[in-house]
Design a protein around this ligand. Structure first.
Ligand SMILES: [Zn+2]
Length: 281
């Protein structure tokens, strides 16, 4: 029998990049990124204790974390207990230039601060590209982590999807992207008008539909093995609504989504290098 198309032959343990979202939402965002055998965190918005416990639940130790990549300095992305921990452990904290002052003010020593995306990560050689996006006053950083032909795109807390982000988010193997609110639920919520405007006005968060539309564009120029939806609003979103939106409008992408939640980690998601994908005639 003849086969055509890609046959993935690499076992999961050969992935050069794996990741596990420990928790995501306005109550705290934190993801473990595993590159070769080294561990990093993308955002550190859970308490040290919760981070430790959730890492242990997926068989990892917080003591093996080698550095942090922080999208922005809101407390749900960089919690109050982390400056002390990074200082004790001597962890590098990679942030965008517009967040350096705040990180210092929060107590991260200057010697441990690095501008994200200026140079490859030193332990792994992983390259990191930073893309600045609008969010509240000081913006937010989206990232592309690339190692051994694996490219993972990361974007959360973006008020809208700018063209320069879509231009950068091509040739990705996996994507984590904000899907914050259901518009009907947001409009029907008892939230004050100024808050709705802050969230929906282009510098706050992305709706489920905005997120789906952007991911459709990104998927067309990529080979996404995983589509991970981040930062669902507790008050104005619901995983069932997200599932049915994707089922009705996401085509085959619906089979690749993982919806994150605030209280429990996702499975460890392995990104398989393209070089280990065989094509047969
Ligand atoms: Zn946030």
């Amino acid at each position: 029998m003849e086969h055509s198309g890609p046959i993935v032959v690499a076992p999961a343990e050969m992935s050069s990049i794996s990741f596990c979202v420990l928790g995501s939402g306005s109550g705290g965002n934190c993801t473990v990124l595993k590159v070769d055998e080294e561990l990093f965190l993308i955002d550190a918005g859970l308490s040290i204790k919760q981070t430790r416990l959730r890492m242990e639940a997926v068989g990892l130790s917080i003591h093996n974390v080698r550095g942090l990549f922080v999208t922005h300095m809101d407390r749900d992305h960089f919690g109050t207990s982390w400056p002390g921990h990074v200082q004790r452990m001597g962890l590098k904290v990679h942030v965008g230039p517009s967040h350096m002052d705040t990180a210092c003010r929060f107590g991260v020593p200057t010697s441990l601060l690095e501008i994200a995306g200026e140079s490859p990560e030193t332990r792994t050689g992983m390259s990191v590209r930073r893309i600045d996006v609008a969010h509240d006053d000081s913006g937010c950083s989206a990232f592309i982590f690339e190692h051994e032909d694996c490219r993972l795109g990361w974007a959360t807390d973006l008020g809208h999807v700018p063209d320069h982000l879509l231009e950068a988010f091509v040739d990705l193997d996996a994507l984590a992207f904000e899907s914050n609110y259901d518009r009907d639920m947001q409009e029907a919520s008892g939230r004050p008008a100024f808050l709705k405007e802050r969230i929906m006005g282009g510098r706050g968060h992305l709706s489920n539909r905005e997120s789906l539309a952007a991911i459709r564009t990104i998927d067309a120029g990529s080979r996404l093995q995983h589509i991970v939806l981040l930062h669902l609003s507790r008050q104005c979103n619901c995983p069932d609504r997200v599932h049915s939106l994707w089922k009705d409008h996401g085509g085959d992408m619906a089979d690749r989504i993982t919806i994150t939640n605030q209280h429990a980690p996702t499975p460890m998601l392995h990104v398989t290098p393209v070089a280990n994908t065989l094509f047969t005639p």
